[in-house]
Design a protein around this ligand. Structure first.
Ligand code: 5GP
Length: 125
């Protein structure tokens, strides 16, 4: 299976340092930074450094090292923000939009980690 990837997307430019961001955590394979238009007190974008367009692209074609690294960064960000349920936090939501039905705006795989207020139900009723 061959996935298209447009290396002119905004997150690719952030990874190349062509556009500034507010990095919160960086590892060998992963970068986490603040969303430019936060939807809640905490709104972090976690992206792989590799050229993956969507979550399924990443999940199917990334190496185990990349997937483990990405997943650990999500956990470490939740811990740093103090939002872990059962650890004194009040929770968070992960969202990964993929493709037109989900209105994915930036075609580089990313997960939104959103927290810091009650978030309502997952989809509009
Ligand atoms: P999507 O709809 O693709 O899941 O979400 C893309 C997200 O990227 C949006 O929440 C938007 O606010 C964020 N975003 C778009 N451009 C930039 C940018 O230049 N810098 C940062 N930090 N976030 C951006």
């Amino acid at each position: 299976m061959s996935y298209p990837y447009d290396d002119q997307n905004i997150f690719a430019k952030i990874l190349r340092g062509e556009i500034p961001s507010t990095p919160l955590m960086e590892t060998e394979h992963t970068l986490a930074f603040s969303d430019i238009a936060p939807q809640a007190p905490h709104h972090v974008l976690v992206i792989p450094k590799g050229s993956y367009a969507t979550y399924d692209h990443f999940a199917l074609e990334a190496s185990e090292a990349e997937i483990v690294d990405f997943t650990r960064v999500v956990g470490r960000i939740a811990a740093e923000l103090g939002v872990q349920p059962g650890q004194g936090g009040t929770g968070f939501r992960l969202i990964s939009n993929a493709g037109p039905d989900a209105i994915q705006e930036v075609p580089h795989m990313h997960v939104h980690l959103i927290a810091g207020r009650p978030l309502g139900r997952i989809l509009p009723e």
